[in-house]
Design a protein around this ligand. Structure first.
Ligand code: FBP
Length: 328
């Protein structure tokens, strides 16, 4: 009989090793409870008729799915119950959500159900989150945190029962859910250097809308690698962390319908790109934007700010970063 180390045991040892408090455990417990409930509602969504559109439109002008609202409600409930969160920024809330502004210890940036094009088919989606800590030494000015100021980030790939967590200067770890609904078997993730399994992951139907230099880079390099794309950042990045290569959501600058151009990118900086970039960096990889700037260095000006994203194996990201920075 093989009994596995649980996530809770793993985190308790981590906190002990770095002489940290129990506060982070309470927050992580809240996020895990939220993810488990979101997974339950998602798995039963088709039978309960929860996988359709809610009729509402979010701040990005996108139709909101019923599951987006369910996932948002569940997550805010558990973050509030933790008593540890100052405020939260969510894709599903136009405004910053004040929670425990006086006594809270953490800022939480999250996308409760990422990968909306997969929802109606109960295909893999993601629960993405980034965590930053209040200034314990001086005045807390509540500024929007750049990715490099995060202390942790992670993602649940729903409904696959997998959870990946990056801890500041302590690596990126993967956990799997067991028969008792516990996340177990902490496995350190290092993006492989061996290029055998490397892949490129991007929405190929957009390729002619990318900047010419990006199109040329793809033409030169794609013959060397596999191509994989699920249309869910969490699911695509989950696979890429194990295989290596690069996930790309470039800026759209050459769309035949100029109204559909997205020079600033599609993905959101604080709760999508920076979350992935943080896990990437702790796993030995890298992540840049359309100018070749490190995603984790970008200081957000707006909670829902967008960015282009190139994330994955350092060698590939450094290579395209040179091209991106060059002809600006
Ligand atoms: P949502 O948050 O609206 O789902 O958008 C994010 C996302 O779905 C990512 O998960 C995914 O990588 C990308 O958009 C897919 O976009 P596209 O359908 O344009 O390829």
């Amino acid at each position: 009989m093989r009994l596995e180390q649980t996530f809770t045991n793993f985190l308790l040892h981590h906190q002990e090793k770095y002489r940290r408090t129990y506060n982070f455990l309470i927050l992580m417990d809240a996020l895990i409870s939220a993810a488990k409930h979101i997974e339950h509602y998602y798995l039963t969504g088709a039978l309960k008729g929860n996988l359709g559109f809610s009729g509402d439109v979010n701040i990005h002008g996108e139709d909101v799915m019923q599951m987006d609202q369910i996932a948002q409600e569940i997550t805010i409930h558990y973050l509030r119950a933790s008593g540890r969160v100052i405020h939260a920024i969510s894709e599903e809330s136009d405004e910053i959500v004040p929670i425990n502004t006086e006594d809270g210890r953490y800022f939480v940036y999250f996308d409760p159900l990422d990968g909306s094009s997969n929802v109606q088919h109960t295909l893999p989606v993601g629960f993405l989150f980034g965590i930053a800590k209040r200034n314990l030494e001086g005045i807390e000015d509540g500024h929007l945190r750049a990715g490099k100021e995060y202390m942790a980030s992670g993602m649940f790939v729903i409904p696959t029962g997998t959870f990946t967590l990056a801890l500041k200067d302590a690596g990126t770890w993967r956990f799997h859910i067991d028969e008792t609904m516990e996340f177990v078997r902490p496995t350190r993730i290092i993006i492989p250097e061996n290029t055998e399994e490397w892949e490129l992951s991007f929405n190929s139907s957009n390729r002619l809308t990318f900047a010419e230099k990006v199109q040329n880079w793809i033409k030169q390099n794609e013959p060397n690698y596999a191509f994989r794309y699920l249309g869910s950042l969490a699911a695509d990045f989950h696979r890429l962390l194990s295989n290596g290569g690069m996930f790309m959501y470039p800026a759209i600058v050459n769309h035949p319908d100029p109204k559909k151009n997205r020079p600033q990118g599609k993905l959101r900086l604080m709760y999508e790109a920076a979350v992935v970039a943080y896990m990437c960096q702790e796993a030995g990889g890298s992540a840049v934007d359309e100018t070749g700037t490190q995603i984790l260095e970008i200081q957000p000006k707006d909670p829902h700010q967008r960015t282009a994203l190139y994330a994955g194996s350092k060698q590939l990201v450094d290579d395209i970063a040179k091209v991106l920075a060059h002809s600006q």
